[in-house]
Design a binder for this molecule. Structure first.
Ligand code: GLC
Length: 551
């Protein structure tokens, strides 16, 4: 097995992890100072959100210079030091490659927009205005508003899948692809352990640019519908794989919005382009239309289980690998999303942790998840920082929803919820910074923090640590098959993990009622670990999780 299949990954949202210099913003030296925490958690790979030079229109996902560290986060020496210190603990750094677009402040774009006759004029996607002088098509950007922005100098529009400050690169141009490959190889040479490829399903655009069927009152169509996962995209990515990854031990994980379980096999596995892809089918279970946070939907546990199982089975069949995640910096907290209302935070977090750490694949823990963070619910939209959250709110108001309804959507889906600073201890500002935190610290920090959880044997954090130990002692959790049990059960998520290394059964009650199950699945097995200490066979208390293993 490869090193990254046996390890646990952890996502660090650098702005919010740990501030070492008192400016209220997390930084690279802050990460280096907390590596022990990650080592305790069994982490072997840190997915680091972008720390490159950036004007921060989208908190670093707008890169001005891929070869420079943003001064708010430190220097290249700090980065080299982090890579070295992490390495001593067997932890590799995974860089976030934002390659669908750059910042509008990137020199490449500055040159491209300087006129039609420069060397980079074709590095971005420029089109003439439509007949009426308006945008070339009716595509809506993912963060709201037209996906086209007019530029006076060129007298043309440029395309931006996200913010207007994030112009899309033109991957059809081989020079662009070469420039991006060079960036990636620069980081490979620095000794990083892998890459997360941001928004990668949008890099290929359709040959013809045409209006789409409007999907809202603004007369526009979400760009996702028109450009995600366009035919021909895999050619670009095969090239990337052979030019960057071949001959190294790094891994790649693509952010693959728009890829379903059915076409996963083209993306991962023997003939795929990445080692893993993040697909979003399970996180979108509660939202009918991601461009409209007010359009939520009801869902059932069997539906959720079916989504996970489909991905597990297809990656097994294709010998692919799965990045298991319940949260990331774009998603709300999993306790609010996947558990019934009124679920106990501590029990619920442990139940979800059991799912996260025992499925087949590499688990990705989002910072804060290991101490049971919940969503923030601030009173006014002005309290929120994230630009996409603000845009979603405005969109809802324009679509005719009331302020109250729009705020409900914000409370449910705001990206800020996963971005509040890490609560290290009960001291002022939760030990995150000696300055003023860039985003408010959640007000439960005196009780919910890493230091408190470390001391409490029954804490969520210690449950994570126990599970990570079980993963290394019971290799079936790494190399075993996955088979779902009781798919129609409305309360219990249950499955077996089996290989020559051993046989285990995981049973998780994701409901707030007691549940019963048929004990034949645990015949010949004994209780390895359980969230409630003692368990009556055949019964699970609300949110209880147990693992049985062959003796
Ligand atoms: C991805 C990132 C998100 C970012 C967007 C644009 O979806 O995860 O945070 O805003 O791409 O780069």
């Amino acid at each position: 097995m490869k090193w990254w299949q046996e390890t646990i990954a952890y996502e660090i949202y650098i702005r919010s992890f740990k501030d070492s210099d008192g400016d209220g913003v997390g930084d690279i030296n802050g990460i280096t100072s907390e590596l022990d925490h990650l080592e305790d958690l069994g982490v072997g790979a840190i997915w680091l959100t972008p720390c490159y030079d950036s004007p921060h229109a989208d908190n670093g996902y707008d890169v001005a210079d891929y070869y420079k560290i943003d001064p708010t986060y430190g220097t290249m020496e700090d980065m080299d030091n982090l890579i070295k210190e992490a390495d001593k603990r067997n932890i590799r750094i995974v860089m976030d490659l934002v390659f669908n677009h750059t910042s509008d402040q990137n020199e490449w774009f500055q040159e491209s927009k300087s006129g039609k006759d420069n060397e980079k004029s074709d590095w971005y996607i420029w089109r003439d205005p439509a007949g009426d002088g308006g945008p070339p098509t009716n595509w809506r950007s993912i963060f709201g508003g037209s996906a086209w922005e007019y530029d006076e100098t060129r007298g043309q529009y440029y395309l931006h899948t996200f913010l207007k400050e994030q112009p899309d690169l033109n991957w059809e141009n081989p020079e662009v692809r070469k420039a991006l490959i060079d960036v990636a190889n620069f980081w490979v040479d620095k000794g990083v352990g892998g890459f997360r490829l941001d928004a990668i399903t949008y890099i290929k655009k359709p040959e013809e640019f045409q209006d789409g069927e409007p999907d809202a009152g603004d007369g526009m169509v979400g760009i996702h519908t028109v450009t995600a996962n366009t035919d021909g995209i895999l050619d670009f990515l095969h090239e990337f794989k052979s030019e960057v990854q071949e001959g190294t031990d790094i891994f790649t994980v693509g952010e693959a919005n728009g890829v379903s379980a059915a076409n996963l096999s083209e993306w991962v596995g023997q003939d795929g382009v990445f080692d893993m892809v993040f697909e979003f089918n399970h996180v979108y279970i509660d939202i009918a239309d991601d461009s409209n946070w007010c359009k939520t939907r009801e869902w059932t546990l069997p539906q959720l289980k079916a989504l996970f199982s489909a991905s597990q089975e297809i990656t097994l069949e294709t010998e692919g690998w799965y990045p298991m995640f319940l949260e990331n910096h774009d998603q709300p907290r999993s306790i609010n999303r996947f558990l019934p209302e009124g679920a106990d935070r501590q029990d619920g977090a442990k139940a979800l942790a059991t799912l996260l750490l025992t499925m087949r694949g590499t688990p990705f823990i989002m910072q804060g998840e290991e101490i049971g963070y919940v969503n923030v619910e601030w009173d006014s939209i002005d309290d929120y920082d994230d630009i996409s959250t603000k845009n979603h709110y405005e969109f809802a108001i324009k679509e005719g929803y009331s302020e109250e309804e729009a705020m409900e959507g914000v409370h449910r889906f705001a990206r800020d919820s996963s971005r509040t600073p890490v609560q290290w201890d009960a001291s002022e500002n939760a030990g995150f910074t000696t300055g003023t935190p860039w985003l408010p610290i959640y007000d439960d920090y005196k009780d919910v923090n890493v230091a408190v959880e470390r001391e409490d044997e029954d804490s969520i954090l210690n449950w994570y640590i126990k599970l990570t130990e079980i993963r290394s002692e019971h290799h079936e959790f790494i190399d075993g098959d996955y088979k779902e049990l009781f798919p129609d059960d409305e309360q219990i998520f249950a499955y077996t993990r089996e290989s020559d290394s051993g046989k285990s059964v995981v049973l998780i009650n994701l409901s707030t009622e007691q549940a019963e199950y048929d004990t034949s699945c645990i015949t010949g097995k004994e209780l390895l670990i359980g969230t409630n200490g003692t368990t009556e066979e055949g019964k699970l208390e609300p949110l209880e999780a147990v693992i049985f293993s062959e003796k």
